[in-house]
Ligand binder design. Structure first.
Ligand code: FES
Length: 162
């Protein structure tokens, strides 16, 4: 792992946004799309950036993960426009659908199904408020989402896996 990290750090050395790029690539190296404490400490050591600063970056951007992620990600927008148009119901539906007992608290929390197939997350706003409620599934944005639409999307994903 350190060899790959060294290569990434070298590739970004001296470039603007170096740290963001390095962290993003490091996350991609992990099969469960997350950053371990060891990886972050290694990046801090090699780039001479305090580990606290690296954590600040990670907690600012929703696409960085500190916990193992499922194969598929479903991100529900919890901004005002989406909330007004029922995003809380969508989130509750997903939690019920996947049998996840704990709720989602705050922007950085996420829930992953036991089989590690799906991770459910929230985001403050996708910047697509006119299309509320908005849900992102595996990087694709879906607008005016309903429970029915979500069920269909999930079923399609499950079909693809076979
Ligand atoms: S509030 Fe959901 S996209 Fe802005």
């Amino acid at each position: 792992m350190t060899k790959e990290l060294d290569k990434i750090i070298l590739r970004y050395k001296g470039k603007p946004g170096m740290l963001l790029g390095v962290i993003e690539e490091a996350q991609k190296l992990n099969p469960h799309k997350y950053l371990t404490k060891e990886v972050l400490e290694y990046i801090a050591k090699q780039t001479k950036v305090p580990v606290s600063k690296i954590y600040n970056i990670i907690t600012f951007y929703a696409f960085f993960n500190l916990k193992p992620q499922g194969k598929h990600s479903i991100i529900v927008c919890r901004g005002t426009a989406c909330h007004t148009r029922g995003s809380k119901n969508l989130l509750d539906f997903l939690i019920r659908y996947f049998g996840l007992n704990n709720g989602i608290e705050g922007q950085q929390s996420s829930l992953t199904t036991q089989d590690k197939k799906f991770t459910i997350k929230t985001v403050a706003c996708f910047g697509q408020c006119a299309l509320a409620p908005v849900v992102e599934v595996d990087g694709n944005i879906y607008s005016r989402v309903t429970e029915e639409k979500l069920k269909k999307i999930i079923k399609e994903l499950l079909k693809k896996r076979k």
